[in-house]
Ligand binder design. Structure first.
Ligand code: DQA
Length: 144
């Protein structure tokens, strides 16, 4: 099984971006920890980050022919992007939405997600563990 991991805007700043909110792991650390769990679960990952909404849509549409599911931290596009939701529903593949921070307990504008209603599941507030739990959930769901 192959899964695409998608990191949205500003996530390449991880490690130095508001560490009190997002932790001190860098994006490379997150990807390395995901690779370890993927190895344990026997799944293959393809990883992508972009700060650009259109590039995220292009990646999702292209990757859909070579992966079975998506693990996505949409960053701020969570709260703004109908286009990202439409791309994910359009490719008709399951996806899990993850957030490092507990978006439900932050500013009001972070409480709404355009993606959550169409996601297989959402994990938030566990730092890098949100990604790892999300990956485990996605694989468990796919394996039935
Ligand atoms: C985030 C939460 C979003 O509200 C924010 O815009 C981010 C990171 C998180 O992982 O906690 O960029 O997705």
């Amino acid at each position: 099984m192959k899964i695409a991991v998608v990191h949205g805007p500003n996530l390449r700043l991880l490690g130095r971006r508001e560490p009190e909110v997002y932790g001190t792991d860098t994006l490379d650390d997150v990807n390395r920890k995901l690779a370890e769990v993927a190895n344990e679960l026997g799944v293959e990952l393809e990883t992508f980050q972009s700060n650009h909404e259109g590039e995220l849509l292009d990646f999702i549409e292209d990757a859909a022919s070579r992966v079975e599911a998506f693990l996505i931290n949409p960053g701020a596009y969570t709260h703004t992007s109908i286009a990202l939701r439409d791309a994910l529903t359009g490719v008709e593949l399951p996806f899990v939405e993850v957030h490092l921070s507990n978006t439900a307990g932050r500013e009001d504008f972070r409480r709404h997600s355009y993606l959550a209603p169409v996601a297989s599941g959402v994990v938030l507030g566990f730092g890098v563990q949100s990604y790892l739990l999300g990956l485990r959930g996605l694989v468990a769901r796919a394996r039935g």
